[in-house]
Design a protein. Structure first.
Length: 267
């Protein structure tokens, strides 16, 4: 099993996919309790959902499950949302606040550091390399960070999430024109609702790589999983739902590609 898979393209768009993987080393899997072994907190089918939407897009995918190490958390362990319920670099609970490790089996700080080296760092080394590569080719790079989550999780947020949650850390991670086009396309998508910089403002990946002054832009899209799959085990991909969602994602990615290629984002 590769820790990271990379598909290189010639577009200025890089798709980051840190949470779609389900690989857990056997020795770690044995330490998870039955709840943890269900791997419920996965961005299920995220690669399939985005496949073929933009010719030439680069795709960087972590195959490692977030219970091993969360590739979208600060490796220093700093919380992205101080004062709010969230999960940590190596989660000790699931999204519902329930324990995922057998008694006494949660990893130590030393083990977390080791997992960072083994699983977190390779994903980000690959992502940084691809961003640098496409930027060298085009003078600009846009990281589009692909995520999905169950629509209703009371432990993390109130009510039901909109279909599209766009995150730019309140505009800090990308040129205003990038946020504007994504927000507009999502907000008028027939049959779907959207919010920008709501509960999800962009994870560590978006905040770390979004450096507009360096012509490196990042934006996170958190999709409510009801839009393309069944939100309960066995987490079935529903093609008829996905076929309604995918055209809007395609328009978003193609519009970002055209914007990047136009040269207006280069400083």
């Amino acid at each position: 099993m590769n820790i990271v898979d990379v598909i290189q393209g010639d577009s200025p768009i890089v798709l980051g996919q840190p949470h779609g993987g389900t690989f857990v080393p056997d020795d770690i899997f044995a330490r998870l309790n039955a709840n943890g072994q269900a791997l419920a907190d996965t961005d299920w089918h995220i690669t399939q959902l985005h496949d073929g939407l933009l010719d030439g897009a680069t795709v960087v995918t972590s195959n490692v499950h977030r219970y091993v190490i969360d590739a979208n958390r600060d490796p220093a362990g700093v919380s992205l949302y101080p004062g709010q319920n969230t999960t940590t670099l190596v989660p000790v609970t699931d999204f519902d606040g329930q324990a995922i490790w057998r008694d006494g089996q949660a990893p130590s700080e030393d083990e977390i550091a080791s997992r960072c080296d083994a699983f977190h760092a390779p994903y980000h080394a690959a992502l940084a390399e691809e961003i640098a590569r496409v930027k060298a080719r085009h003078g600009v790079a846009i990281l589009y960070d692909c995520h999905s989550i169950r629509s209703t999780i009371p432990f993390l947020f109130e009510g039901e999430l909109p279909a599209f949650s766009v995150g730019t850390n309140s505009g800090a991670t990308c040129d205003d024109r990038i946020e504007t086009v994504v927000r507009k396309i999502a907000s008028v998508a027939d049959g779907f609702d959207a919010v920008t910089n709501g509960r999800f403002k962009g994870g560590w990946t978006t905040r770390h790589y979004g450096q507009p002054d360096r012509n490196e832009h990042a934006i996170q899209m958190e999709l409510a999983q009801r839009t393309y799959m069944r939100e309960a085990a066995p987490w079935t991909y529903l093609p008829e739902r996905a076929s309604a969602l995918r055209p809007h994602l395609k328009i978003i990615l193609q519009t970002l590609n055209e914007l990047a290629l136009s040269g207006v984002l280069t400083r």
